[in-house]
Design a protein around this ligand. Structure first.
Ligand code: NAD
Ligand code: SER
Length: 317
């Protein structure tokens, strides 16, 4: 029986991944932790505790006491916020990962780790269309540099110590249950909230800034598939490319206007524009499809319907 620790369970991904893993492994076997409170759904369905991933002593105590077999480490400072406090972001993103990898090296019962990477590992010298799994990687953001270094660390721990740590280069993730946490792709979440709340949105990226995106259900299913895959099927021990669907703010606006004809978008690029301009527009994820069966069910139209419905229902409660 698996005993799973989620670190960062209050966040955009953690809040949904925790519930999906509880359905599979049983509520009592999935321990949600974060620095801040989680949703009522998570608190009422299973164990939750405040835990700081930077506190390595409490972390090891927790893992041993609860006989943890898998960790999903989701705590990080995202791309936009990281540019505001570069050294602090570097410290949190790197030290937290090293705490987890060292734990996995030392504690025999802890068999598997999931740690997300990002499309931010790529930079302005990377081919932007059909970005291959193996390519030039010269990120120019603190977040991207920390994710690329993290990828190298997880492969190092696999090669040197046999630590089974797995990772996905997530594209921008879109969901309505929890609001997004300080990233460059957040416009594609905020736009739906503002469409319902205000009928208008000022976008911080230009209208033709195309980026790879994915609806949260697809990202959660991809994560679970990768983690359930037999290790001998995996040819990558750093992080897999996952592309999802690519669109720009103008295309997303057109989808929203089809459903809300009075919705108005305006554009005012900010410091996140050069970050977005340094990232790929379309990612080649054929290796993830081949190795562990990556599938995507949400296109831009289904995503738009689901976001608008979900946010409307959230506000009706
Ligand atoms: P988020 O900011 O919404 O959630 C992160 C959570 O970690 C927050 O709830 C925060 O309170 C918690 N946290 C921060 N510091 C902590 C600490 N010291 N100890 C314990 N918890 C702490 O982020 P997210 O969007 O859910 O992203 C999760 C992971 O996925 C991150 O590694 C991120 O880089 C990666 N990722 C996210 C996206 C995306 O579009 N959301 C895309 C690519 C990669
Ligand atoms: N969505 C994330 C961000 O913009 C990508 O990792 O930071």
């Amino acid at each position: 029986m698996e005993k799973i620790l989620i670190i960062g369970a209050s966040g955009q991904i953690g809040s949904e991944l925790t519930m999906a893993l509880r359905k599979i492994h049983g509520n009592e076997n999935v321990f949600a932790t974060d620095l801040k409170q989680v949703s009522v759904e998570i608190i009422e369905s299973g164990p939750f505790q405040i835990l700081d991933v930077m506190d390595d002593k409490r972390l090891i105590h927790f893992v041993i006491r609860h006989k943890i077999t898998q960790i999903y480490h989701l705590a990080a400072v995202l791309s936009g916020n990281a540019e505001k406090l570069p050294l602090q972001a570097w410290h949190i993103n790197m030290q937290s990962l090293l705490n987890i990898l060292d734990l996995a090296k030392e504690v025999d019962e802890l068999k598997k780790v999931f740690w997300p990477s990002s499309i931010a590992v790529f930079g302005p010298t990377t081919p932007r269309i059909d970005t291959p799994q193996l390519t030039v990687m010269e990120p120019n953001t603190v977040y991207g540099i920390s994710k690329l270094a993290g990828e190298r660390w997880i492969e190092y721990y696999y090669q040197k110590y046999g630590v089974d740590a797995r990772s996905i280069r997530y594209p921008g993730l879109i969901s309505y249950k929890t609001e997004a946490g300080g990233g460059t792709t957040d416009y594609a979440v905020e736009i739906f909230y503002d469409a319902i709340r205000k009928g208008k949105y000022e976008c911080f990226l230009s209208e033709n800034t195309k980026l790879p995106m994915m609806f949260m259900d697809d990202a959660v299913q991809a994560t679970i598939k990768l983690m359930e895959s037999p290790v001998d099927r995996l040819s990558i021990h750093s992080a897999y490319n996952v592309g999802g669907i690519s669109f720009d703010p103008k295309e997303l606006n057109e989808e929203i206007v089809k459903r809300l004809p009075d919705f108005k978008i305006s554009y005012k690029s900010d410091f996140r524009q050069p970050i977005a301009d340094s990232w790929p527009t379309i990612i080649d994820d054929s290796l993830a499809q081949k190795d562990w069966g990556l599938e995507t069910k949400f296109d831009i139209s289904k995503l738009t319907d689901t976001m608008l419905d979900g946010i409307r229902k959230k506000f009706e409660k």
